[in-house]
Write a protein that binds this ligand. Sequence first.
Ligand code: UD1
Ligand code: CA
Length: 455
Amino acid sequence: MQRPWAVILAAGEGTRMHSSRPKVMHYLCGRPMLWYVLEAARTVTERQLVVVGRGAGQIKEYFGEGCLYVEQQERLGTGHALLQALALLPDAGELLVLCGDTPFLQPSVLQALLECHRREQAAATVLTAELVDPTGYGRVLRSEGGAVKEIVEELHATPAQRAVREINTGSYCFELAALKRCLPRLPANPVKKEYYLTDLLPLLAAEGYHLAAFMLEDAFSALGVNDRAQLARAAARLRERINTALMLEGVTLLDPAAVYIDYGIKVGPDTVIYPQTILEGDTAVGKECVLGPGTHLIDSKLKDRVICRQSTLWQATVEEGASIGPFAYLRPGSLIGPEAKIGDFVEIKNSSIGRGAKIPHLSYVGDASVGPDVNMGAGSIIANYDGRRKHRTNIEAGAFIGCNSNLVAPLTVGAGAFIAAGSTITRHVPPGSLSLSRAPQQIKEGLAHKFLKKR
Ligand code: UD1
Ligand code: CA
């Protein structure tokens, strides 16, 4: 059987978000709401057409060629939104209509909706759910015999109708031939002056078409997001699922409620994650690592057995067995070699650090290659910027950089060289040499009292 098409309604004003970005481009667990809906749609449908409106540019930029778009110039309701797509759709076959603000729709649910639609030979099948608290959703009204009659929006519902707990999830399956015949005749709601897609149901019934409803067992799939409080709750639910899945794959989370991991991020088994740890974007973590407490990884790759405490890593790569933090900041282009140690209050940018190198405390390393087994003492820094340009520094294998040294780039420190503590180095240091540049120490016997308060 031919796969259906999908239309995803995503042009709404999103008034309740109070945002400059379209509602469907608000993120949960690292991806916009619409991304989840599109993913689910892709698995069961042939083509996906997204109805876009305000903020259309942002949507197209994010999703690119991955789907088709149609613009709804004026936001005149869900019925009007679908009407904009009508001309682009085939004349017959099945159509799934989904809302861009229901991020938990599972492919299995869409498949079940489709199967129910076929079984019932309906012209329209609504995906419904029973909620303990149906506030905010359209209520499904059925005849005494149980057949779907209409959907009434909360705004227009009588108290008795509001008591109905079966709600419209906003997902439907339509017969395209029936839709093409009836949708253009949809009247506007007299109160809101909007075209409600839900009002199509009585219109279809009046034409003699059969209506059906498929009720979800797990209402989670139907969760709609209209404001930021709902967004936060939805994100929390998704996070719980992500964290549970990782735990079942062998990751220890000391407190799963306090660990924030974006959708799709892989973490290896026997990794232990302490609270207040956030893994974002294109991040991956190997096995047997220790992360946190208080660690933030953004677009970063950690290989196996990495320890990373109270640190921020952004577009950084850390090889096997390295140790980061507490309180390190690795900026884009940081490449930390195997077994290296990056300690407290160390910042690294656009630099590679060799195997087993140690930068244990209070250093800045920018635009440098630091060779294997180099030791940079406390407070040693690289002066990579002369006020106009950035310059590179190359520290070769096994060099020893004494505490509080300034390495003024461009510079090479040769293999096995030794730089004495407190030196400012401006010239290349040959391999194996000792280099020091300090003001000579002076001693004035008995003069300390001049600087100390009298007792
Ligand atoms: C809608 C349904 C309601 C259902 C709920 C499920 C109608 C009239 N009501 O209400 O029965 O319980 O979804 O979540 O359909 N949109 C457009 N263009 C518009 C208006 C909306 O593209 O002119 C899009 C929105 O971007 C959104 C979707 O349609 O993705 C639903 O719109 P929204 O305003 O959130 O409808 P609800 O009030 O939630
Ligand atoms: Ca909604």
